[in-house]
Design a binder for this molecule. Structure first.
Ligand code: IVH
Length: 667
């Protein structure tokens, strides 16, 4: 390019500033780290080539800025710097060579640490007492997030024999399992999904309501210090780790001491193969000179220390064709666009679909059916469509028109301004009716065999069924009109429908598709009320008093039952003889866990969550998702996390798998 370097530099700076804003303030990055780092590199190269155009002092924003309204700003006693980074081994060796030249007399030892992909945090201790937690902000000052981190385990309230003032630094992050739990819940409630654990962690520490933050499990790992008075308390990076662990901070689970940069490179490789089994995101290694005397002598630039470097691992990616953008309709009507891809091999699996989250995401990336796109699977998680290969774009291509696509599919929908999701407007939309019937018939609800997707589609398109109650009016003669239906299949379906009438109340309740009422809540409600009729007339306060039912769900139930269409539907179900009562009110009374509430946390060595839940229910107990005064036992797979510490605080007995088995199957 022969463009004007001044204009190019300005353009790059503007792009970088915009990506900083998206990453730090909105936790919604549009490009991945590698693409961002490339922009920074281009800018640095241009600035080196045209020093007269470089900024005399790097702007404060050179480490981004995560500060947002609604938080108190706090100044860091010592700035929180960033790290230089590289994606290749030669540059790492160069880094080592520079230090060797600088310190010819010393044999250099490095500490190699995992680079966790989360949000940086600074914890301040004054006279051994934890006083606050602050985000990196712009490096000089950040947002105080103490209330949102209070429940994270691994942050001691007091530390013994501590320096008068100590800033302890580390990373707040989220495990994959928790990320997936929250996204699954959001999917069930038709809320837009989070793209990755880092964004969700960043969004969580910046929630204005600490009670909401408490409902998402965050983790922390501390790996460094900032200000320390008196100075000289620590002599090396490895000494910091030891001391932090002794003070009972949560620290990195793995690190390597390496003699010389070549050995450090070996440790990075070891980390790269190990991290595949970490259940949290790591995007590289951080290589730090161990000795503090040498660290001080090496010093820092305005942006980053000269004694450390980040080596970043490349995510696996591939190019493929975006064949189509389909609309997936959730059970309560939220519409999620899905990329249909030409199947491509990526990180060990074949990727053929990827969620595109929402309309804004498609517009930001300017994705168009027919485009060649770059897809990425960052280790283990959901595949992402990263960007378009614009050079491969067909000449006649037009921007994707979300609204037009919905019209073309005959979906009447509107955009919800609160969360940028489109929702189907009328419950009469055929697509929504199909979705509702499929849900009703599914195994997690009324479990109606022989009522698959293809049949549901035909029933709706031919006007034979619009809602679950209509299913029970179907006649054999009608069914014979359907494609591929003969006497036998018609009789089977009629038979399955008949059988489903006696399913337990919770299955019916789950099947009705009341927003926010999932499987477990349906069980809780069925057990608490015993019949659909008592539930239908329950006032808000009574609903809220039930363990596991929050305000949002309670309000949703009241609204749902107040709707005349739903009342009429219930009347028709009743007329068809569908069971409205629960056999489970006194489930397995006399069982070892009769009347007991258990909360599950962590992974059990020999049982899946579903298996444990089934065993609890079979023994007459129930499960709940949060620890409260009403919890009788915590069944914990690992002795960590907020549920564990809360249970301990409340004096609730904690069981491991063996203890649990003993309790329900006494020898
Ligand atoms: S050291 C001046 N160590 O990566 C030293 N950072 O890209 C700065 N990070 O802001 C940090 N794991 O948020 C360090 N083991 C580790 C890290 C780590 C993750 C993050 C941290 C930092 C960013 C720099």
């Amino acid at each position: 390019m022969d463009a004007d370097p001044k204009a190019e530099i300005e353009n790059l700076r503007a792009q970088i500033a915009e990506h900083d804003r998206l990453y730090y303030k909105e936790a919604q990055p549009r490009i991945d780290d590698q693409a961002y780092d490339r922009l920074k590199e281009q800018l640095a190269d241009l600035e080196t080539a045209h020093p007269q155009l470089a900024r005399a002092v790097p702007s404060v924003a050179s480490v981004g800025d995560d500060r947002i309204d609604g938080f108190v700003t706090r100044i860091h006693r010592m700035p929180m710097l960033s790290l230089d980074n590289t994606y290749n081994m030669e540059e790492l060796i160069d880094f080592g060579n520079r230090l060797e030249k600088r310190f010819p007399e010393d044999s250099l030892r490095y500490l190699v640490e995992p680079k966790i992909d989360g949000v940086a945090v600074c914890l301040t201790y004054e006279e051994g007492h934890f006083t606050r937690a602050v985000t990196r902000g712009n490096g000089t000052e950040g947002d105080e997030i103490t209330a949102n981190v209070q429940h994270i385990s691994g942050i001691p309230a007091t530390i013994e024999d501590a320096p008068e003032i100590l800033e302890v630094r580390g990373e707040i992050y989220m495990r994959h399992a928790e990320f997936e739990r929250i996204n699954a819940e959001r999917e069930a409630n038709d809320q837009p999904l989070y793209a990755n654990p880092r964004n969700l962690a960043a969004g969580t520490v910046k929630l204005l309501d600490p009670n909401q933050a408490r409902e998402r499990r965050l983790e922390i790992a501390l790996y460094g210090i900032g200000a320390c008075q008196p100075e000289g308390f620590f002599s090396s990076q490895s000494a910091i780790h030891e001391k932090l662990a002794a003070w009972e901070f949560r620290v990195l689970e793995k690190q390597w001491l390496a003699n010389g940069i070549k050995e450090a490179a070996k440790s990075i490789e070891a980390l790269d193969s190990l991290r595949q089994n970490f259940d949290y995101p790591t995007d590289g290694a951080v290589i730090k000179l161990d000795d503090f005397r040498l660290q001080r002598a090496a010093g820092s630039t305005a942006k980053a220390p000269r004694w450390a470097i980040a080596y970043k691992f490349e995510a696996e990616r591939a190019q493929t064709r975006l064949e189509d953008i389909q609309m997936q309709i959730g059970r309560t009507g939220a519409i999620t666009p899905v990329a249909i891809l030409q199947p491509v091999q990526l990180a060990g699996t074949v990727v053929a679909r990827a969620t595109l989250h929402n309309e804004d995401e498609i517009r930001r990336k300017d994705l168009r059916p027919g485009d060649t796109v770059v897809v990425q699977k960052a280790g283990e998680i959901i595949p992402q469509v990263l960007s378009v290969v614009e050079s491969e774009r067909p000449g006649d291509s037009q921007p994707f028109d979300f609204a037009a696509k919905l019209r073309e599919l005959g979906i009447e929908a509107a955009r919800d301004p609160s969360d940028s999701a489109w929702r189907v407007l009328s419950s009469d939309a055929p697509a929504l009716q199909m979705r509702a019937l499929q849900h009703f018939a599914s195994r997690a609800c009324m479990d109606i065999a022989n009522l698959g997707t293809a049949i549901v589609e035909q029933l709706v398109l031919r006007g034979m069924a619009r809602d679950p109650a209509d299913l029970y009016s179907l006649q054999t003669g009608q069914l014979l009109e359907l494609d591929k239906f003969a006497e036998k299949s018609a009789a089977n379906l009629i038979d399955a429908l008949e059988k489903s009438k006696s399913q337990d109340l919770w299955r019916l309740l789950h099947g009705l598709g009341i927003p926010h009422v999932g499987k477990q809540s349906a069980k809780d409600l069925a057990a608490a009320f015993g019949s659909l009729d008592s539930l239908a007339i329950a006032p808000l306060e009574q609903l809220e008093s039930i363990d596991g039912v929050g305000t949002i769900m309670a309000q949703s139930l009241v609204d749902w039952f107040a709707n005349p269409t739903h009342q009429e539907r219930i009347d028709r179900l009743r007329a068809h003889g569908v069971n409205f009562s629960s056999a489970n009110t006194q489930t397995a009374s006399g069982g070892a866990l009769s009347g007991k509430t258990l909360v599950l946390t962590g992974t059990l060595p020999g049982l899946t969550r579903d298996e444990a839940t089934q065993m609890i229910e079979a023994a007459g107990g129930r499960t709940s998702s949060s620890v409260s005064q009403k919890t009788d036992y915590l069944l914990a797979g690992e002795a960590s996390g907020s549920k564990y510490s809360k249970a301990q605080k409340l004096g609730i007995p904690v069981l491991d798998e063996a203890g649990f088995r003993e309790l329900i199957e006494p020898a």
